[in-house]
Design a protein around this ligand. Structure first.
Ligand SMILES: *[C@@H]1O[C@H](CO)[C@@H](O)[C@H](O)[C@H]1NC(C)=O
Length: 170
């Protein structure tokens, strides 16, 4: 066995690896520099669905880290409030977070809404909403159904958050 030859072989191999690494690094830094993120818009909708109550009014305030959308009042069922948000296309791991405080005669609810661009795809034209109902905050919208050969959007509805009752005042 020729030990020297083996050694130089290893050096060549190491060099080749470094070149590959360097190349990969250059390609990836190029794409980062060239690629501007694409943005998508969607609306977050808070809807009053407090049916069957003498006092159906709700008030709410939504905030993100950077923006406060202020207090809004929704006096009766059917009245809703939508605000536009911007999401980064392709980004699924870092959601946009909005916190909405909602108050009604039945109590309070602090809803944490996390959205990625996939929600914008699933909820075209404000088709998804967070509804204040007598049970609590219900999400009503669309979700991909992968059970069929061609995935299609099917309606979904689930309780996101029950009301935290007001403390009893005696
Ligand atoms: C959001 O809502 C506004 C007003 O209701 C509407 O004009 C706009 O098209 C909506 N945007 C999206 C992305 O659904």
């Amino acid at each position: 066995m020729d030990l020297n030859n083996n050694k130089s072989n290893n050096v060549v191999k190491t060099l080749a690896r470094w070149c590959l690494l360097l190349q990969a690094f250059m390609i990836s830094s190029n794409t980062v520099a060239l690629k501007e993120p694409d943005y998508v818009n969607m609306n977050i909708t808070i809807r009053n669905s407090m049916t069957g109550l003498i006092r159906p009014e709700i008030v709410y305030r939504c905030q993100s880290k950077r923006k406060d959308y202020g207090w809004h009042r929704s006096p009766k069922p059917g009245v809703q409030f939508s605000f536009p948000i911007i999401l980064i296309k392709g980004e699924t791991k870092i959601p946009a977070i909005h916190i909405c405080q909602i108050r009604s005669v039945l109590g309070t609810a602090t809803l944490v809404i996390q959205n990625t661009y996939l929600d914008a795809e699933m909820c075209p034209r404000s088709s998804c909403a967070h509804e204040a109902t007598p049970k609590g905050i219900v999400f009503r919208g669309l979700e991909w159904d992968f059970k069929t050969v061609f995935p299609k959007l099917k309606p979904v509805e689930y309780l996101e958050l029950p009301w935290t009752p007001w403390p009893n005042r005696t």
